[in-house]
Ligand binder design. Sequence first.
Ligand SMILES: NC(=O)c1ccc[n+]([C@@H]2O[C@H](COP(=O)([O-])OP(=O)(O)OC[C@H]3O[C@@H](n4cnc5c(N)ncnc54)[C@H](O)[C@@H]3O)[C@@H](O)[C@H]2O)c1
Length: 251
Amino acid sequence: MYTLAGRVGVVTGGGGGIGREIARRLAGEGMAMAVLDRDGAAARRVAAELGGLAVSADVTAADEVAAAVDAILARYGKIEVLVNNAGICWTGPALDMPPETLRTMLKVNVEGVFLVSRAILPHMIARRSGSVINLASWAGKTGNAYFAGYSASKFAVIGLTQALAREMAPHGIRVNAICPGIVVDTAMRAALEAQQRQYGLPQTAEREKLIPLGRVSVPDDIARVAAFLASDEAAYMTGEAINLSGGLLMD
Ligand SMILES: NC(=O)c1ccc[n+]([C@@H]2O[C@H](COP(=O)([O-])OP(=O)(O)OC[C@H]3O[C@@H](n4cnc5c(N)ncnc54)[C@H](O)[C@@H]3O)[C@@H](O)[C@H]2O)c1
């Protein structure tokens, strides 16, 4: 059985989409949750719903991350689960991608994961336990056309996951990644669909036909696996990048 009751976790980008659903599920399984988002109002809405703590911070701003971690420790005294979920995506022809867009994606998706991990891991090391869950993507395992920058950033997330998993294992800390396929009901998906329309690229309904399980996923599909990774059920699992794409990607 899961043993999450009484644990403390933080979800970055927890104000909406997949992060909100992960925060809901972990709270539903008895965890105290800190909801971190650069959209402070969104974080407050989710935290109020869960009886948790809202922290307004941009994962790319080291000072804001440090203040957020201080606030979480002041409230709960420990952090046992970190979900690095905050991320952004741009889709379109690679040659149309402004270099600044690539830089921003790398900054949020890669540097953001590093900065938040760097701020929280010392506390986990001191307690000799912890679970870190990074949201990568199937685009982090295969370079899909029209996702050049995003793919580059998510490959990097998997590399970071594996390196940290090896470094943190002696400290009793597990580090894993989840690689979702197509997740609907999120602001990111809505924005992607608009970009795909703009460039005349295949829409979600068409891409859904390629999914062996026959449907796209919803945020709760991801939250269930995050809860497993957070729990002692996954005690022997580290350095993994779990495909969660309905069979879209198998490796
Ligand atoms: N939606 C999908 O199909 C899909 C597929 C694979 C992987 N993912 C990954 O899952 C994660 C969540 O995706 P989503 O669809 O829920 O996205 P979303 O855009 O719906 O939600 C992202 C949340 O992160 C917050 N955020 C963004 N940048 C931030 C920053 N710099 N600092 C703090 N908060 C920030 C946003 O305010 C928002 O609340 C991302 O890492 C994404 O790359 C999504």
